[in-house]
Design a protein around this ligand. Sequence first.
Ligand SMILES: Nc1ncnc2c1ncn2[C@@H]1O[C@H](COP(=O)(O)OP(=O)(O)O)[C@@H](O)[C@H]1O
Ligand SMILES: [Mg+2]
Length: 454
Amino acid sequence: MTFLQFYREYSNRLDTLNKTIHNLKDSSLSSVTRSLWNLDDQQLVLQIDSMLKVPDIVAVRILDEEGRLYYEAKSSSNEKDNDKYATSAPLIVKNHGISRKIGDLKIYATRQNIERALIDNVLFFLLTQFIKTVVISMIIVMVIRFYLTKHIEQMSQFMKRFDFSSTAENKLVINRQNRHRDEVDDLIESLNTFVEKLSEANRLKNETILEQEKEIQIQKAASINQARLASLGEMAASIAHEINNPLTVLAFSGKKLEQLAESDEIDNGRLIHFTQMINKTIQRMCKTIEGLKKLGRDAEGDQMLDVKVHELVSNVLDLCQVSLATKGITVKTNYNNINENKLINCREVQITQILVNLLNNSVDVVKDLNEPWVVIETREIKNTLHFSIIDCGPGIPENIETKIFQPFFTTKEVGEGTGLGLSISAQMAREHKGRLFVDRSVEHTKMTLELPFN
Ligand SMILES: Nc1ncnc2c1ncn2[C@@H]1O[C@H](COP(=O)(O)OP(=O)(O)O)[C@@H](O)[C@H]1O
Ligand SMILES: [Mg+2]
């Protein structure tokens, strides 16, 4: 619309200019003719100068009857465009009824001023539009910021800082003075309801997790106890043997002592022999019972102490030897490069528990084989101690190699295996900064407990 207006204004001004030229021509034609006829140059100059003073008129020319330039006047400001707009009229004198052309009057005008004014107007219009747009945009931004963005930022800050673990009531409050309720209020309310529901759900979930964790802890404790009881039960049988044997010795020695006492001549040598036998047997029984008492308890809180490697192995043997022997299993020890006084810093009871677990597993596998055997081996490798139990069994399939260390994984019949022995043992090994692994360095089944020396 505005540009249409500009165009109309432009063409109006051009019309006006056109009229101006023609009026000028009409009004000055007779006087100019007269001056030229009278050859009154002074008057002619005055007349033409006054014509040049009219706005937009840039040149006036007088041509003689043959069309040659007789006189010319130009406004200094414009030369280039003076032929753009022109009008011409013949100068005619009437003498004794005869008309005679004595020359031509040519008036030149320029459209430059009109065009410049048009450009100025357009530029001014564009500039004011631009400023208007900028100002209005700024006002809109400020209004949006005041009524919306500011609050959205507060909401986003609130969401970012929201702490689900905090039990304190956490609500978004935005102070919006004296206003009617609108969508922003709705949004704040929904946000608060959402957060409230989420917190509640989170709280319930945490409670459930805590309860489940408690349950798991209880189950874990129960399982560990069960595993310990199972291995104890297993050992109960061997204890019976372990105690039965010395009891036989005691009974035999007692009987011999009785016979000696009844005989007339007391043989002091034999007396001492049987008394010593009784004492030694009682000592051995005490040791066995001591070992069993230790093995049955939770050693997690025990101190790490320096223990002789050889002693550790012989304690394990004390606990299992008879049970192995009654099953016809040959047991050998091989200390390799570990000398008699070599110490290892550990919780003795836990290490014994691990080795007994490994031995029990081997016994389970080999007891029904022909000429079964197990070897208890120690070896020092790069500042670590390897305790290994090797058996003559068929081995552990590679596809269950990692699974056997998982709790409750067992390939044994229900009631025979708990599937906890290796997982508990591996855990205890880790507590010693060591590890328990299937050692594939030999052709037989070899389980190795690796412990660091320091
Ligand atoms: N010396 C071994 N020879 C063959 N398989 C073994 C041996 N030691 C352990 N395993 C396998 O690892 C499984 C898990 O052992 P463990 O954790 O002690 O549980 P459990 O003895 O109660 O089954 C056993 O069921 C058995 O399949
Ligand atoms: Mg086991």
